[in-house]
Design a protein around this ligand. Structure first.
Ligand code: HPA
Length: 237
């Protein structure tokens, strides 16, 4: 396929080799407005806004992924396969599966577990219930976090297709069987696409709610907490 793609209208070279991907396109706009200089907008298709600018003199792009694996599956594939993107770092939120994780803790995914058929349908890799981030990218993220003195927790995360479950307590089984310490809805597909295209992906998450304590953050409180995560990710540029 050539560019533009069905879902991204950017011209050649408008997207940087490093893309940060929040779920919410308005968060992508906020990051571009707040942290980047010399910004161009490269996508408005379906309001899935994408921007390229510079951070401390280095080129970086930021684009929304939408919610769920079908959505991030489409955007990350088109970025990797058709736009020459080398690295995608998802910056999202998650629900904690363990009381050891507190609201606003920052988490780095070392492995994604999923019941999703994404990997099987995409490439026939039906034995995979786990997908993995780039070791190199994770190492760089850990290094940046250390430099910025931001503590991060590493572990397996659960990429779920379902937000509203009939039995929320089922999380205990997933925690016990797969050591998944938190739930989100995109990383498994992102990591799979990176593996299939020979590119790199990672996933940083901020705890926005807890399935254990049932606590949740307000959208305003989330803003500051997410800033920490964004600083770690932007330092990759
Ligand atoms: N479930 C799925 N995804 C999430 C959650 C959750 O509880 N919190 C933040 N992202």
């Amino acid at each position: 396929m050539s560019i533009p793609t069905p879902h991204i209208e950017a011209k050649k070279d408008e997207i940087a080799p490093l893309v940060l991907m929040p779920g919410d396109p308005l968060r992508a706009k906020m990051i571009a407005d707040t942290f980047l200089d010399d910004v161009i907008q490269f996508n408005t298709v379906r309001n899935m806004f994408g921007y390229t600018g510079s951070y401390k003199g280095k080129r970086v792009s930021v684009m929304g992924s939408g919610m769920g694996m079908p959505s991030i599956g489409i955007y990350s594939f088109e970025l990797f396969a058709f736009y020459g993107v080398e690295k995608i770092v998802r910056i999202g939120s998650c629900g904690a599966y363990t009381k050891d994780l507190k609201l606003y803790d920052v988490l780095l995914a070392e492995r994604a577990y999923s019941e999703s058929s994404y990997a099987k349908t995409q490439s026939g890799s039906y034995d995979s219930i786990y997908t993995y981030p780039s070791i190199e990218l994770n190492r760089a993220i850990e290094e940046n976090a250390k430099q910025l003195a931001i503590p991060i927790t590493k572990g397996t995360i659960h990429s779920s297709d379902v937000f509203y479950r009939e039995n929320f307590e089922d999380y205990q089984t997933i925690f016990a069987d797969h050591q998944a310490i938190a739930v989100e809805m995109e990383a498994f597909a992102l990591f799979h696409n990176a593996a299939m295209t020979g590119k790199q992906a990672a996933c940083l998450l901020t705890v926005s709610d807890s399935l254990v304590t049932k606590e949740a953050t307000t959208s305003e409180e989330r803003q500051t907490a997410f800033t920490k995560m964004m600083e770690i990710a932007l330092s990759l540029a």
